[in-house]
Design a protein around this ligand. Structure first.
Ligand SMILES: [Zn+2]
Ligand SMILES: [Zn+2]
Length: 253
């Protein structure tokens, strides 16, 4: 089957979305892609149907390329928000597991596409994008066999490599952080436990988390933040379940 191009991917997302919203019949959507772009009919069917299945969080069986995974997930995040993205991620991850089980292989590029999306949208607080990238390398290393890993380790001096990276971060408003901390009165707005320790200046240590990430259009306002303990904060970004916060209307991972 020929490589599905960026243009075809974008076109199929829009058709798939229209089909998902029942604005167009499935066969008409496929016919449109075949006629307009001379797309291979089988590919068009897969790429259009999967948009619907991914939005619904279902395990799809026919594979799409990593570029399509990135594009679909990015569009779902920006078109529908974080909760929809979480559902979509479940669908894609379960497909990857299904496919890997079937073929007894690891789909590194597909997995990488998924962790890039997670790094971008789900784990957004400042330096955590890098953590997500690092985590991917850890998972990759775990996938290698132990003798190989130990052989690599035995060759190293342990002196860390320095590198300079360029990152785009949102300028957070310090007033929002300060007032969120004042409002929390030293108690985590997730688990209701007191801050686990105090800072050097004696203030209780809590972290201010954006409930809807800034990266997907969440606002830097008191209504969109929660002051939470480091444990709850880690769970908010890396846990498998969505979590909810006290004293705020919104809830998200
Ligand atoms: Zn907590
Ligand atoms: Zn956070």
């Amino acid at each position: 089957m020929p490589k599905v191009t960026s243009r075809e991917i974008e076109f199929c997302y829009d058709l798939g979305l229209a089909y998902h919203k029942r604005q167009i019949l499935f066969n008409d959507a496929v016919e449109t892609a075949v006629t307009a772009l001379h797309m291979n009919k089988a590919s068009a069917s897969d790429y259009i149907r999967n948009v619907d299945l991914i939005i619904k969080g279902k395990t799809y069986k026919r594979t799409i390329n990593p570029e399509a995974i990135s594009y679909y997930l990015t569009r779902i995040a920006t078109d529908f928000g974080l909760a929809a993205l979480m559902t979509a991620l479940k669908s894609v991850e379960s497909h990857i597991e299904y496919y890997e089980g079937l073929r007894n292989t690891t789909r590194h590029t597909a997995r990488q596409a998924v962790s890039d999306i997670r790094a971008r949208f789900v784990e957004p607080d400042a330096d955590e994008g890098q953590n997500a990238q690092f985590q991917r390398l850890v998972v990759q290393s775990l996938g290698d066999n132990e003798p190989e890993r130990l052989a690599r380790l035995s060759k190293l001096s342990g002196v860390p490599v320095r590198k300079t990276v360029e990152v785009t971060v949102f300028q957070r408003n310090p007033d929002v952080v300060a007032q969120a901390l004042v409002n929390a009165k030293g108690v985590c707005q997730r688990c209701c436990q007191p801050a686990p320790f105090t800072r050097k200046d004696g203030a209780p240590y809590l972290e201010v988390h954006h409930i809807i990430p800034l990266a997907i259009g969440g606002l830097d306002t008191l209504g969109n933040v929660a002051a939470i303990c480091p444990n709850c904060h880690r769970e908010a970004h890396f846990g498998s379940e969505p979590i909810t916060f006290l004293s705020t209307a919104a809830s998200a991972r």
